[in-house]
Design a protein around this ligand. Sequence first.
Ligand SMILES: [Mg+2]
Length: 144
Amino acid sequence: MKVVFLDIDGVLNALGASYAGLEHPLDGAAIARLNRIAGATGAAGVLSTSWRLLFPWPGCRDILVEHGVTMPLVGETPDLWTDEEPEEARRREIAQWLAENRVERHVVLDDLPLYPDDHPHFVRTVETVGLTDADVARVLALLR
Ligand SMILES: [Mg+2]
């Protein structure tokens, strides 16, 4: 299985943008790009976003599906946060999910600096922009 660990804020939306009229702040163009990754690679999504805590499973998944996400969303990372930096907790949560599941290739999509920018499993988005075509190209290269 190929997996994309999926953050939402700063990936499927842009900090500072207006999403008036939508029930949830999600960007249709970014969602279309995510779907393109799924179509090109067959990758599934695993929710690493903090939205998974706000909308417990399958709440966040259902919201994404309602907003047009066609990438299959197969699970979410565990909540291991204690009192550490959020980046540290998210890295541990992703590592635990990887340890418990069979994964052929994976990419972490996040606007937080979870890993160095040249890390072979990481594509960092810009929080005020969200997922771009250039990000998609990097994800596709890493999942191939
Ligand atoms: Mg984020």
